[in-house]
Structure formats: structure tokens, C-alpha cells
Design a protein around this ligand. Sequence first.
Ligand code: HEM
Ligand SMILES: *[C@@H]1O[C@H](CO)[C@@H](O)[C@H](O)[C@H]1NC(C)=O
Ligand SMILES: *[C@@H]1O[C@H](CO)[C@@H](O)[C@H](O)[C@H]1NC(C)=O
Length: 508
Amino acid sequence: MASGQSSFVQKHLTLIMANKLATVAVVLVGYMVAKLVYAVFLSPTKHIPGSLLDKTIGVRSGLSVLRGNKMHFAADQHRQYGPLVEISPGVMSCNSTTAAKTVYGSHQWRKSHFYSDFADFNGVSSLFSEVKPERAQILRRAFLPAFSRANLVAMAPNIFNHIHKFLDKLDEFERAGKPLEAYKWTRYLTFEVVTDVGFGGEYDMISSGELNHPFVMDFDGSSSWGLVKTVFPFASMVPDWMMGKKLADWRASELRTLKHAQGGLSQWRHHKQVGKTANRVDILQRLIEHGEKNPKEKLSEQELETEIMEIMLAGGDTTATTVTYGLYELALNQDVQEKLRACLRAEMPDSADVTLKHLEAVPYLDWTVKEMLRTHPTLPSLLERVVPAGGAQIAGYHVPGGSVVGMSAWSMNKSPKVFSDPLAFQPERWEKPTPEMAANMLTFSTGPRGCVGQNLAIVQTRIHIGTILRNFTVKLHPETTPEIMRTVDNFQGKPAQDRVLLYFRRTP
Ligand code: HEM
Ligand SMILES: *[C@@H]1O[C@H](CO)[C@@H](O)[C@H](O)[C@H]1NC(C)=O
Ligand SMILES: *[C@@H]1O[C@H](CO)[C@@H](O)[C@H](O)[C@H]1NC(C)=O
């Protein structure tokens, strides 16, 4: 009797489930057909080239973000469909060499919601993530004094302190006959620099020699979480238990990173109170001064914490990746390396002479750094902007207002139309750059929302590369293959494997 009843219930349950599944299937198919009809007949971007699948739903683009190969996905679409291609509904990738000025040249092309999804921190937008031009302009005004020439010159001694600690490490590894894990150690180096010149932070990552420093680990988790939110904007509302351990931990690390930022701010205030640092050069100092001079534009505590986060996010890994790939290119191109060293030594026969002034008197160092930035742009992916109402003319197409267009440094920096032999590492090409080269080198983006910290990034890279190369020879370790160095696009590009082994030898 009991078993008969339960099989009766089971049968009905199965029927109900089958019905539900059928309903879900019908709804899904209906939805897809509606999307397809919209993409083909109604969408204001229906005339833009692109695969029907991508024009209908953004699933391939979303997957490419999760797989870390969005830039390759976009390049493939360009190969098939030309310089303007719709890669998900309403979102276009452009690699026309005449478009950068239109797309990035004015505040009218706002940043897309990608930025707020990715980098708003704790619900507060930073300069980087702010999509509203009015507030971005205020924040930029507050930032600019930090990157004035005078302030950068004042920051240089701080940067030299950290690179000297790094050289001690190189000696230690050389004495032990071991290669350096260049990516990890340059990350410590640039995180030390950026927290120091950012907010007077006193992290000692290089000397402590702790490879998996909690600060850097939390930071990685936190940016991964940001990327997840760009694909699933509602991820923040999903409870931990539904998310799986890894995702929950990424989200938790965002909170831990906030603690690091809050700690940084309170330490800064404490140092200031006890008069420890009278001549502050850090970015936070300049932001706070701006608020004192312009009370209407004063940043709240939360906004300051978010800016500290941003400084770490925008200024740490970007420079570390540039320096890592730069050292790798020098190891691959020994002729460039020898020429650079010869130029550095001609300018600085004694190493006591290694100063910013001397480094900047070596044009070959400038060209080499530019070539490093060109060949390995650390934000390789699409930088999205919203087309202003009224639309615009891009690569021969009318793109409607409200749709999104992005260009990428990965593509433009290697455009064969602009850069001869684009894959070769040739600092000499920067001796006499054409206007097209300058206009299509998008490593720092361009225009009113281009990298506000680029002069600091350049000064820092010159100091790191110049000081290391003055005294050391860099060689490849056999395990450091192109596959290890393959760039993964997590919005910030990074080598596919963290273990980038390089040998450094002091060179008399
Ligand atoms: C090699 C190192 C760096 C690279 C390749 C880089 C690249 C970029 C790019 C491409 C953008 C613009 C994004 C867009 O247009 O959508 C940007 C914005 C920004 N960067 Fe950098 N950056 C670097 C270093 C730094 C440093 C050292 C700082 C500061 C400490 C910094 C702070 C910022 C900020 C605050 C923004 C937002 C500016 C705005 O939206 O108005 N960056 N960066
Ligand atoms: C670089 O090498 C010179 C000798 O050529 C030495 O005097 C100097 O101390 C070294 N500098 C650094 C920073 O290691
Ligand atoms: C655009 O990208 C495709 C694929 O990478 C490339 O073949 C083409 O040369 C690029 N166009 C320009 C103008 O750089």
C-alpha cells in the first residue's frame, strides 16, 4: 500500500517536473527568438558587422572574460569582420587607426558601467571607476598636484630606497646561484613603492622575503571579485553558501583589502600627528591638501579609503607587469640590453651617479621604456566608452548614441599599419616617432580619462630598469618560455604563470 502510494506521488512529481522543464524550455526558446529578432531587425546596431550569435547574446564575450582571453576574442572578430565589430549586443570593439581621438578625446564619451561594476569599492566610486564626468573632473583636479614634475622629483628618493633593497635581493639570489622569481619580486617592489608614494605606507615586503604576502594575496582576490561582478553584476547579492568557497573567499578578500586601506589611512594620520613626516610627497597628502584649499571638493573618509584602494589597484600591478615583461624582453634581446647598459654607463661611470636626472639624460632608456610599454600593455583589454546621444561616425559606420565602443592597447599598439615589424622589440623606433605612432599607442589610454598616474609610472619604470641594468645582466632561465609569459587578460594583463624565472648577474 505505502509503496504504491509513493510510486503514485513519484509519477506525479515526475510529470510536474517534466512540465516545469518544458515550460522553462519554451520560455528560453521564446526569449532567444525574441533576442534574435531584435538583433536582426530592430536593434540600432543591426548594421554593424559581427557574428549573429554575439549580436544576439553576449555569452562568448562573457566567457572570454572568465577565461582571461577577451583581447584574443576581440582580435579574432576583427580578423573576420574588420575594424568595427559588435562583440556582444550593443558593445563594439574598434581597431581603426583613426578612431582613438573620437572615442577618448572628450568627456562626452563617458566610461561605461564596466568601470563601476569592476572597481567601485564598497559602493563608493574612485576616479578610475567614476562614470560621471563632473565628479571625475573634480577628483582629477585633486590628483594632478601629486603627479606634477616637482612632486615626482621629490618622490624619486623614496623610489630609489626600494630599488636598492631590491638590488640586495638580486645579490642574495646570485650568491645562492638561484634564479629570481621576477614577477613576484617586482610585485613586492612596486607595491612597496606605490604604498609609500601613495600614502606613506611602510610595508617591508622585499626584506621580509615572504613570497605569499597576505596583502598581495587579498589584493588578487579582490580584483578577481571585481571581474566576476563585471560579468554578473548581481553577484554581490548572492549569499556565500550558494557561491562556492573560492568566490566567497574572493568577496571576503575585498573586505580584508578595505581593512588594509583603512589601516593605511589611520597610520598616515598617526604619522602626521606625531610630526614624523614633515615634507610629505605622497598622493594622499596632495588629495587632502586639495580638500583643505577647496572645501567644496573635500573627500569624505570613505572616499579617501576608496582612493587608497584605487592607488594600489591602478599603480601596483600595472608597473610590476611592465617591469617583469620589460626584463624578459631585455633577456630575449641581449643586443638591446648591451646597448642600454653601455648608454647608462657612459652617462653614469660611477654608480653613485644613478639619479633621476642622469637616467633621464639617457634617450635610449626612454625609448626602451616606451617600447616595453608598447609591446606589453598591462591593461590590454577593451576600454569601453558610451557613444554620446546623437551617435557618431566610427570606422565608416554610424554608431548609435547609448551603444558602447572600446579600443584596446593590445590591438592598437601592434597595428601593422602604424608600427613597422610590430612584434619586434625595437627601442630605436621611438627615436623619431610618427604622429600615428603617438596617437595609436594606447597603453595609458588617452584624453581626459587617460591614466592620470602615467608620469609616475614612467619615472618609476625608468628608475627600476635603469638602476638594475646599470649593474646587472639579465638572462633567461630555460623554464621561462613564451607559454609561461603568455598574457592572460584579467582586465589587468599578467603572465600565464606566476613563476617567471630570470637570472641576474652583477656585471663589472
Ligand atoms: C605602467 C603602469 C600603468 C599603466 C599601463 C596604466 C594604465 C592606465 C590606463 C589605460 C588607464 C585608463 C583606463 C581607461 O581609459 O579606461 C588608467 C587610468 C588611471 N590610472 Fe593608470 N596606469 C599605470 C600606472 C598608474 C599609476 C602608477 C597610478 C597612480 C598611482 C595610476 C592611476 C590611475 C588612475 C587614478 C586612473 C583613472 C583616471 C581617470 O579615470 O580619470 N596608474 N591607467
Ligand atoms: C654598481 O656597481 C658599481 C661598480 O661598477 C658599484 O660601485 C656600485 O656600488 C653599484 N651600485 C649598486 C646600487 O649596487
Ligand atoms: C585589427 O585587428 C586584426 C586582428 O588582430 C588585424 O589583422 C588588423 O590588422 C587590425 N587592424 C589594424 C588597422 O590594426
